[in-house]
Design a binder for this molecule. Structure first.
Ligand code: 0GY
Length: 313
């Protein structure tokens, strides 16, 4: 069943120009392998039950757990990693509610404040959280001092968690040493947001690849719709948009097959020109992970190792 848009009016007014998620995604032509994990997605509200944070930089459409699970089933995904969205600040309730309702088929990545208690971290761990998110995009959050982030990383290390890091490509030079100084692995959102008008062999992406090469760095091969400049209209075959992102994603999968993750980024916050058909995002997978072995690592083995270690595949 395709997810259907919410019918009850939200108590919040969406940011002007906000695009709702794609209401009737196509059925993918590519069959995802059994056990596939969507390792980057979000829930928004619904705002009537889980109010958006006062400090948020945008107000989204509601996009709750039921719609996420409907999309999961429609695409043939088995599990989700639900990453706390900035519109909920450090109130993880909507994400935790979704993880609880998934009956073991979702894990969470939380946002916590520096003064979070150890008891709260243990509660989050019991609830299925396996990491925290450090966001360096000024349009999404106000910057937190690095020493506070480093202190948090030290406190989550005994739980076996990681940090999900989101930054602009131009900021990596300044952040790389900080990331590798942390006692937990960084998991990089959206391939570090490369400029895809550049070459995958150019200096900026080469710097990113060499950073990943330091070891214990995971990369989400995600968000072609956000990174693409050629966009949804320039097709390479009927179901293949975002072609300019493919060489970057393929390069990461080929160089670091054991460290890559894939995700939809549903419900696609802050896209301003179009909303992707999630079925087409699935169909991009075999373009970036071309062998069955690469696909199994990207979609199943790697995310299972990070989020459900020790579970049988
Ligand atoms: C993403 C990207 C974005 C937003 C968020 O939590 C968020 O608000 O993650 C973005 O605007 O680039 O990962 O969904």
């Amino acid at each position: 069943m395709s997810p259907t848009p919410p019918t009850t009016p939200a108590p919040f007014t969406k940011t002007p120009g906000w695009l709702d998620w794609y209401a009737n995604p196509s059925r993918p032509a590519f069959t995802l392998p059994p056990g596939t994990v969507d390792a980057h997605c979000h829930v928004f509200g619904p705002g009537a039950r889980f109010p958006y944070a006062p400090e948020r930089k945008y107000t989204p459409c509601d996009a709750g757990r039921d719609e996420l699970f409907a999309l999961r089933d429609h695409l043939g995904v088995s599990r989700n990693v639900i990453v706390q969205a900035t519109c909920h600040g450090a109130d993880n309730s909507a994400m935790l509610d979704a993880v609880a309702a998934s009956q073991g088929r979702a894990r969470g990545v939380a946002t916590v404040r520096p003064d979070v208690t150890d008891a709260e971290l243990r509660r989050l761990d019991d609830a299925g959280v396996r990491g925290i998110r450090f966001n360096f995009l000024k349009r999404l959050v106000d910057a937190a001092p690095k020493d506070a982030l480093a202190a948090l990383a030290k406190r989550i290390a005994p739980l076996g968690w990681h940090v999900v890091v989101y930054f602009e490509a131009a900021d990596l030079a300044e952040l790389a040493d900080f990331f590798t100084s942390l006692p937990v692995p960084p998991v990089v959102d959206h391939m570090g947001r490369p400029d895809v008008t550049d070459s995958p062999d150019g200096p900026e992406f080469t710097r990113f690849l060499r950073f990943v090469d330091r070891g214990e760095v995971w990369v989400k091969v995600s968000c072609p719709e956000r990174l693409s400049v050629s966009g949804p209209a320039a097709l390479d075959g009927e179901r293949h948009p975002y072609t300019d992102v493919v060489p970057f994603a393929r390069r990461v999968v080929e160089e670091f097959p054991e460290s890559v993750l894939w995700g939809t980024d549903w419900p696609h916050p802050n896209l301003t020109d179009h909303m992707p058909d999630d079925g087409l995002l699935v169909d991009q997978v075999p373009r970036v992970a071309v062998t069955a072995a690469q696909q199994h690592r990207l979609l199943v083995a790697n995310p299972m190792r990070l989020y459900w270690p020790g579970e049988q595949l």
